[in-house]
Design a protein around this ligand. Structure first.
Ligand code: NDP
Length: 296
């Protein structure tokens, strides 16, 4: 068998189109321009690239983009004061503080100082609790993107066996909650899981979010299963480097029914879902109908 490739690039483009259409309607019918504020502290090169891409795509879908670049030695008090200003700024509907923050700043404190209604990353403890109890929340972007791809592939996830490898707060745990919310039977695996290959072999859906290059080989995959590879790992490739996922694509593609490639799978969905969350937040803040298909 050769798996169907789930094209995250094309899917993300379709999400951005939906977001842009809804933004246009919000402007025309309600005079609302959704706004996303991104806060970057310090000069981490990877974070700078992410922030630039987020700003560019925000503007492309017709939203307002506010970038706040702060020095690496910014004090916690100054950062909290900025978040407070953004919380109280009606032109800002989404706030994202780019992680990781420099060591002297308490990430949990900063994230939990964001107004939960503007927490478009879905990391605020209130949103974590709302998601865990099946209530309307802001959902973390990467797992939301994975859920959208799975729903698109299957229609209903009800009763399917899903294994999520990884239990981080930003991917593994919210992914498991979302799958449970869609009535999948969910197992969360991690570094202490016994007989991981056997656990994975029982899965109709495998979500790999580990951060270990090509850790999951094809012979762990149940024939016909759907494989969502969240991993982004840079490995040597001759004199250069290349990106690979947590799944050994070459062997997995021969066994799986459908699979996301790396790059071009989950990666592009993350920013698309950030834009989706921002338009959702703008609708909720103004009591306007939310776009369909862009939330969990
Ligand atoms: P973390 O390092 O926070 O979590 C990794 C998880 O993998 C942990 O729960 C850990 O278990 C588990 N793990 C580690 N080794 C093993 C093993 N040998 N067997 C089973 N489980 C193991 O990573 P993140 O969740 O933040 O990210 C995971 C991957 O996804 C990374 O490659 C990251 O770059 C990528 N990523 C991609 C995004 C995208 O946009 N596509 C967005 C976010 C992340 P334990 O808890 O026991 O230590």
């Amino acid at each position: 068998m050769t798996a169907i490739l789930i094209d995250g690039k094309a899917f993300a483009a379709s999400i951005r189109e939906k977001v842009a259409a809804h933004v246009a309607r919000l402007k025309a019918d309600h005079d609302i321009t959704p706004g996303l504020a991104v806060v970057l502290v310090g000069e981490d090169p990877a974070s700078q690239v992410y922030v630039r891409n987020k700003g560019k795509q925000t503007v492309e879908v017709g939203m307002a983009s506010f970038e706040h670049r702060l020095d690496a030695d910014t004090s916690e008090a100054d950062l909290l004061a900025l978040v407070d200003r953004l919380n109280n700024d009606p032109s800002v509907h989404g706030i994202l503080v780019q992680l990781p923050l420099p060591d002297h700043l308490d990430s949990d404190l900063v994230i939990n100082s964001i107004d939960p209604a503007k927490d478009v990353d879905g990391f605020h403890i209130s949103n974590v609790g709302l998601l865990g109890t099946g209530q309307k929340s802001m959902v973390p972007c990467t797992p939301l993107g994975c859920l959208m791809m799975l729903r698109d592939h299957y229609g209903s996830l009800s009763g399917l066996n899903a294994v999520v490898i990884g239990r981080s707060n930003i991917v593994g745990k919210p992914m498991a909650q979302l799958l449970l919310g869609d009535s999948a039977t969910v197992t969360i695996a991690h570094s202490r899981t016994k007989d991981l290959p056997d656990v994975v072999r029982g899965a109709d859906i495998v979500v790999a979010a580990v951060g270990r290059p090509e850790m999951v080989p094809g012979d762990w995959i149940k024939p016909g299963a759907t494989v969502i590879d969240v991993g982004i790992n840079r490995v040597p490739n001759g004199e250069k480097t290349k990106l690979v996922g947590d799944v050994d694509f070459a062997s997995a593609v021969e066994v799986a029914g459908a699979i996301t490639p790396v790059p071009g799978g989950v990666g592009p969905m993350t920013i698309a879902c950030l834009l989706a969350n921002t338009v959702t937040a703008a609708c909720r803040a103004n009591g306007v109908d939310e776009p369909e298909g862009l939330t969990a």
